[in-house]
Design a protein around this ligand. Sequence first.
Ligand SMILES: Nc1ncnc2c1ncn2[C@@H]1O[C@H](COP(=O)(O)OP(=O)(O)OP(=O)(O)O)[C@@H](O)[C@H]1O
Ligand SMILES: [Mg+2]
Length: 285
Amino acid sequence: MSDLVVARTRAELAAARAALPSPVAVVMTMGALHAGHAHLIREARSRGESVLVTVFLNPLQFGAGEDLARYPRTLDADLALAAAEGAAVVFAPGPDVVYPDGDPGVRVSAGALGDVLEGASRPGHFDGVLTVVAKLMHLTRADVCLFGQKDAQQLLLVRRMVRDLDLGVDVVAVPTVREADGLAMSSRNRYLSPFDREVALALHRSLSAGEAAAAEGPSAVRRAARDVLRAEPAARVDYLALVDPLTLADVPEHFRGEALLAVAARVGSTRLIDNVPLVIGRAGG
Ligand SMILES: Nc1ncnc2c1ncn2[C@@H]1O[C@H](COP(=O)(O)OP(=O)(O)OP(=O)(O)O)[C@@H](O)[C@H]1O
Ligand SMILES: [Mg+2]
């Protein structure tokens, strides 16, 4: 069995962190862990790093009317998964530990990159994400942090924050882990009914269709992806965007090179996101 240490307070975290061999990799999560999170932990282990997993449902990144209250909470299973994957410490604080004075008055601002795509649908979301990521980087004294490509805009903004604010943490990107049928793993997949689960496949099908049209240029990619989504009206599209992966600006028709095709849609009561990196001008993306 493992010697997983569970820390609930700042003092417990500091003691557990002090005992870890360097370098220390941190995998930040909101809990309800799945194979995507497992992959992040395994990746850090394979790099020879001590792994510290944070499980914190961050109220700051949820808007009014979002799913904070019903978000799945599965701490016992999360601890078992973290232990099985070789994590050394799980830091699972409550909001009172992370925000002892209540909602922080001083926050990290994501800037313009936080206002598009996910940020356009979820105002203030990325300020809440970056604020907690910065705090957790400091509290855990992370050497390395691993983030999933599934949340491409989050990954980009964390990289920008580390650079713009000189946080001195290595940020490692991990490719999206998918179910056998292509659905991107997500804690929110637990909300899906069997019917929703079928409908949700349209996101990945749409991205694959876009990818297959990459050789023909941006409008062909957008058309191919949009046609798939139109054929599945039960997936209510929030955005479908083909953007520059560094600026998140829509790529113009003459664009060739690396781009990001990203989608967000509501399926039943669940909001899902997915994306694929592709190379415009190259067959198969
Ligand atoms: N399918 C996946 N493949 C790779 N990384 C993932 C995947 N899903 C989540 N991650 C990464 O795990 C980290 C923690 O994410 P989080 O706890 O929000 O899980 P989640 O599945 O994205 O949940 P939700 O969909 O509810 O936001 C993030 O870096 C995220 O990008
Ligand atoms: Mg997430």
